[in-house]
Design a protein around this ligand. Structure first.
Ligand code: FA5
Length: 345
């Protein structure tokens, strides 16, 4: 009876120890608390499980296998409770992070939206490239101009209707930029003809691509700000046939071999004779700009000898060229900044 009681007591003692240990491990809220409980129950020297194991020595030999089996079960139970508690605490910081948006590496990423050059900028670059191959270098001039470069030197006298304030953006604030002279936003890139010839002696072979401004009402083919490509060639022997050849070469390079070109008589104060240049493409004639032989008065204004030098000039609308090339029917699309339109180019 004493022997069996001893086994029963031992078993009861083990069960109580297991209950206490499991509760301690389950309730440990921090790594420190868990370590305290581990030392208390599972400590190799002073641990309470170790102490219980020592009690096995007092049990009758014949009961020892049963006691040992029970001890091992309890030991396993306590150890697995400790392991579970360790894992719970180790996972805790991760659980906190998981409260944020979950990172799923298999979800396709958001692609970067790569910008691109505006279609007009692309066109400007391409036109420079084409004209560069024909030997024209690029010149530039200011968008805020004085009346000398925009009118006077281009043979447009004071009383000429082209100088009407209703047809130009005169600037009250431009006086400072133009040295006290009346200023305006340039209405044509022909200003750059004058600036180039004032700076250098002949021969001249330049283009200028830039913005010009006119108080035109915006419609499908007009905009108050648009771009022109100006061309100027001055030498000793230049004819209208050269002008037509250059414009034809330009047109076929930009639009294709099937383009035809036509000159219609026209008038510009700075060319004589003057023409409107039309391109025929896709069954339609389209006016792209004006051209002509540089008027001797213009050559005189910049100090060139008109008896010795002669040349041609042209000014084409860049938007119209780009529209024709891409089948764009409304010039206003360029400046709405709608990416659905712009990203097609
Ligand atoms: C001129 O501006 C002259 N300077 C061209 C020139 C240069 C003639 C050299 C002779 C020698 P015009 O005003 O026609 O010409 O304009 C030229 C082109 O600019 C037009 O054919 C058209 O293609 C374009 N254009 C004119 N106004 C607008 C506008 N409001 N919006 C868009 N394009 C325009």
């Amino acid at each position: 009876m004493g022997k069996s009681m001893a086994l029963a007591d031992f078993t009861k003692q083990l069960d109580a120890l297991a209950t206490e240990a499991v509760r301690a491990f389950d309730s440990a809220a921090t790594a420190e608390a868990l370590e305290g409980a581990r030392v208390e129950f599972l400590g190799a020297k002073q641990g309470r499980l170790k102490a219980a194991q020592k009690g096995m020595g007092t049990i009758d030999k014949s009961d020892r296998p049963a006691a040992g089996k029970r001890f091992n079960e309890v030991k396993e139970q306590i150890e697995s409770a400790f392991k579970a508690a360790s894992e719970r605490l180790a996972a805790a910081p991760v659980a906190a992070v998981k409260q944020g948006p979950q990172f799923d590496p298999t979800v396709p990423g958001t692609p970067f939206r790569i910008g691109r050059l505006h279609p007009i900028t692309q066109t400007v670059e391409e036109l420079k490239d084409i004209m560069g191959r024909l030997g024209f270098s690029v010149a530039d001039g200011p968008e805020v101009e004085d009346e000398w470069h925009n009118f006077e030197a281009l043979n447009i006298p004071r009383e000429h209707p082209a100088r009407d304030p209703l047809d130009n953006f005169y600037l009250a604030t431009a006086a400072a930029a133009t040295g006290g002279k009346t200023g305006l936003l340039r209405s044509q890139t022909s200003t750059v003809q004058i600036r180039v010839m004032e700076q250098a002696p002949p021969p001249v072979r330049i283009i200028c691509l830039g913005r010009v401004y006119r108080p035109d009402t915006a419609d499908a083919t007009h905009y108050p700000m648009f771009h022109q490509m100006e061309g100027l060639l001055i030498d000793t022997q230049v004819t209208m046939a050269d002008l037509k050849s250059v414009l034809r070469l330009f047109a076929t390079s930009y639009l294709g071999r099937d383009v035809h070109i036509r000159f219609r008589p026209s008038f510009f104060p700075f060319t004589e004779p003057s023409v409107e240049a039309d391109f025929h493409w896709d069954g339609q004639w389209i006016e792209f700009g004006g051209a002509g032989m540089v008027d001797p008065n213009v050559l005189k204004a910049v100090g060139y000898d008109p008896e010795k030098y002669i040349g041609f000039a042209f000014g084409l609308g860049v938007e119209r060229l780009c529209m024709r090339r891409h089948g764009i029917t409304d010039i206003r699309e360029f400046y709405k900044n709608d990416v659905r339109f712009l990203h097609q180019f």
